[in-house]
Design a protein around this ligand. Structure first.
Ligand code: AMP
Ligand code: MG
Length: 508
């Protein structure tokens, strides 16, 4: 299969992981294979599809150089601190791609680990297909994300509220280092015991001295792996914090560009690499409403569409806390520096969001009134229940440059026409051709997103009748979602009232 494993995470101190093999499954059958991704990773696509490939992707067979581990981490879930860890995932190893990239190859749903708590270590087919679909859609939309290499049906049942077909997802990521991994390291430094090991404190287990050794080991590792240009500098831990803040600010603005609501922005679901991770109850907004929440478990709207930047900052503050002992020997100075860095997040996020909105409106230069122009459109959309994706995409067509009527949702609304006049005047005040503005807009405003009703329809066909056709067709449309050929795609259609999806479920 041409695996080229070179494992570095296992060189961290012992308490960061547990060596544990996936639990074999009854009869692994490949349901989806991401041939394009496999090719990019230098893997042998035919071998992956063959009997050994299916066995390996199902967790029954270890490839050469694979050293399966479950990673330990902690995290704030809906604001409450918990010690977690991969309860149903195995990191098979780090694969070196032909282009030199190092990626984690992880199986999810591959059986229990020392961190499973009361869980069965398994996953159902529907949620694993959902992660495959949405993560690949995010990649197509140009948003940093973990990827999906394959979904394998296990031939076993998992029991949730009912018996469901089981599956294993093969996930590819720059790494699985989370804010929660740093929280775990800090807890070890504070003398917490190692989960799964009775009686011994982490320091005994690792044979290390006190201080911030676990956090330092993890921070140094993260710097080398994701921010090598910062790894040797005298202020490297502050530089790391600032780099992560920057990537997360950019990421969340990018989510909002396409109407994405993550739904479970717990600190264990925020990566140090800046990739989107953990596609549980996430969903895309149809009509624009900043209060949009889909997740059935998010009863307070903590992770609502327009709350995501604020929660991002809260999560980053948890990261900053873990780094305090590394920032400065004087605790008060360390705290002041961390607070200052976290305090800069709103401005960094706003800069990314305003740049995003300018691109969505076709603006290539900056004017004082741009923010108000974008806000006025969003307010109009919220008031009229206009479709977020389609309104921006309709505006990205040549006809919209002259006629407000080409925006479907607006049909003859005088308030929209007034906004449209403002927008056209603003476009007229920037240098460059109208075609440049259109190009900017077409790149920022996708024609197709994985609308919830189409995702649910594809998953139902796959799970209930074994028909992967709808999922494959949806995936095809999402490879290049800004392509002009998709302007009259059936996937642009918002849900009819009876098709609307109001709630999504983790399905864990
Ligand atoms: P999530 O909400 O998906 O981020 O998961 C939170 C934690 O629950 C992680 O540590 C998972 O590994 C764990 N978990 C979720 N589902 C299961 C399961 N079926 N068995 C064991 N652990 C699980
Ligand atoms: Mg998670």
């Amino acid at each position: 299969m041409r695996w080229n494993f070179d494992n570095s995470y296992t060189r961290l101190p012992g308490p960061f992981f547990a060596r544990v093999l996936p639990t074999p499954v009854h009869s692994p059958v490949l349901v989806l294979l991401n041939r394009a991704l496999a090719g990019d990773l230098g893997l042998d696509v035919d071998a992956l599809q063959g009997p050994d490939g299916q066995q390996m992707l199902g967790g029954n067979l270890q490839g050469p150089g694979s050293e399966p581990i479950a990673q330990a981490y902690a995290g704030h879930q809906f604001g409450h601190f918990t010690v977690l860890g991969d309860g149903r995932a195995h990191l098979l190893g780090e694969h070196l791609a032909p282009d030199g990239r190092r990626v984690d190859i992880q199986l999810k749903g591959s059986g229990p680990t020392p961190y499973s708590r009361r869980g069965d270590g398994r996953a159902a087919l529907g949620p694993m297909l959902r992660e495959y679909l949405i993560s690949e859609a995010m990649h197509g939309l140009g948003i940093p994300t973990t990827r999906s290499l394959a979904v394998v049906a296990t031939g076993e049942r998992v029991f949730r509220e009912e018996a469901l077909p089981g599956a294993v997802l093969a996930r590819v990521a720059d790494s699985h280092i989370r804010v929660g991994t740093f929280q775990y390291a800090a807890a070890l430094d504070a003398g917490m015991g190692v989960p799964g090991q009775q009686g011994s404190s982490a320091r005994d287990a690792a044979g290390e001295a006190g201080g911030a050794d676990f956090t330092r080991a993890l921070a140094d590792y993260t710097l080398r792996r994701h921010y090598p240009e910062l790894a040797e500098g005298p202020t490297r831990y502050m530089d790391l914090l600032e780099a992560v803040i920057e990537r997360q600010a950019a990421l969340i603005a990018n989510w909002m560009r396409v109407g994405f609501v993550h739904g479970v922005m717990n600190t264990d679901n925020m990566t140090l690499s800046g990739e989107t991770i953990d596609y549980g109850p996430c969903a895309f907004m149809d009509d624009y409403d900043p209060a949009t929440v889909f997740s059935s478990i998010d009863r307070q709207g903590r992770y609502a569409f327009a709350n995501q930047a604020r929660i991002g900052q809260w999560n980053l503050a948890r990261l900053a806390e873990t780094l305090l002992p590394l920032l400065h020997p004087e605790p008060e100075t360390a705290l002041a520096q961390a607070e200052e860095a976290i305090g800069r997040f709103p401005a960094r996020f706003s800069a990314h969001w305003h740049a995003t909105m300018r691109a969505k409106l076709g603006l290539g230069n900056e004017e004082a009134g741009d923010e108000a122009l974008g806000d006025a459109l969003l307010e109009w959309m919220q008031r009229t229940g206009a479709d977020y994706t389609n309104t921006f995409r309709d505006l990205s067509a040549p006809a919209a440059m002259t006629s407000p009527a080409s925006v479907n949702a607006a049909s003859g609304d005088p308030e929209f026409e007034a906004w449209h006049t403002r927008w056209r005047e603003r476009l007229g005040r920037q240098p460059g051709a109208a075609e440049d503005a259109l190009q900017r807009m077409r790149a920022a405003n996708p024609a197709v997103i994985p609308r919830n009703h189409r995702v649910e329809e594809a998953l139902a066909a796959a799970v209930e009748t074994g028909d992967l056709g709808p999922a494959r067709r949806l995936l095809d449309a999402l490879i290049d979602p800004c392509d002009e050929r998709l302007d009259d795609s059936e996937y642009r259609q918002p849900p009819a009232p009876e098709q609307r999806v109001y709630q999504t479920f983790c399905g864990t």
